[in-house]
Design a protein around this ligand. Sequence first.
Ligand code: HEC
Length: 405
Amino acid sequence: MKSRQLRAVAAAFLAALPSLLACAVSATADKPAPAIASGKQFTAAQMAFFEKDVLPILQANCFKCHGAGKSRGGLRLNSRDTILKGGDTGPAVSLDKPDESLLLRAIHYKDNLQMPPGGKLPQKHIETLTRWVKEGLPWTPGTTVVERPDDKGGRITEESKNYWAYRPVQRPAVPAVKDRAWVRTPVDAFVLAKLEAKGLAPSPPADRIALVRRVTYDLTGLPPSPEAIDAFLKDDSPDAYERLVDRLLASPHYGEKWGRHWLDLVRFAETNGYERDGPKPFAWRYRDYVIKSFNDDKPYDRFLREQLAGDEIDRDNPEAIIATGYYRLGLWDDEPADPPQARADDFDDIVATTSPLALQRHARDIVALQPHRHLPAQAGRLGTGAEAARGAHRRTAGRHDADRG
Ligand code: HEC
């Protein structure tokens, strides 16, 4: 089977895009709240222990899924009350039998519920949380911990360096499974291990009609033709499926289906936006360039470079010039009230579109947090992005009072 670089890349982007803001956390007192749910008072030392040792662990490892934003399993760990109330299964901590607390079982990886799901905490953290639970969950009275998205101010933290996209690629060990006969490729073992851990059995294999239908939709976005179904049903050869996939990858509809995801990421539209929403002539040429790139299985780095600097790297190649239509895709105001601001908005738009494509999540977050009048000086990488974009001029001919200000 042919390699499909662009396909893998597009899928990775889609998976990474809804990334969370990495949030700093600050405790805010709702009210003085002298009484604590259990009627227990904590010493100053216990409170310091909570704030200095416990809270940072929760912050770094749990709040992403159990904080002010998300409550996976129905559980929020950002206040003492919500911990005691618990999630879908019940209280996360039992004050009467702290050793049996769901939270402790989860972090010790005692049974199926293993928290955090990505990997066991270091032993020292587990001991800290265990001591905290056994001491009756000391907590700054009456506080709920809320995330403030702007606290990091563009600094690169240890946590962000540890983000999966920046870690070197490693080949994980293939997990052991009970039903070894079911596993045909190592990937199957990962799926089956999770199913077995939850006591679930895999679905039976799809019949051939379902298979041809699914794979055709997946690769081309279209249903298979009756002839294609018949041909596949009649094909008894052991590599019938592989050859079906190759046929679909070779179909021009492959690029039409998968190119659409890229067009979404770069905010492709054939009109300008704003009140009049006039047409962007020839935008379809860029669209066709994207589709063709997918169908040609163009290497991803080449694909990206052509769009960012096709006129610099390959100026005699019409394809590479068309690729730079990328810079023309954003909103275009044909009657800006404040032309210098409109120009700054154009830069901002280009940086905000390019950063997540090229740099993944952090730069994007910073852009989202900065008012565009101040392109972020503190984020070196982005400063460079804005400088690069400065060379790009979106069309101003046809603008009513462009650049008069
Ligand atoms: C990446 C997301 C994620 C992170 C990080 C995470 N959890 Fe969870 N947690 C879940 C999900 C999802 C569930 C729901 C149960 C399941 O599907 O396993 C859950 C369930 C739980 C439950 C059981 C809730 C109930 O009552 O059903 C506890 C207790 C828990 N987590 C504790 C923690 C602790 C403590 C941490 C940090 C050390 C943590 N989790 C980090 C995703 C996460």
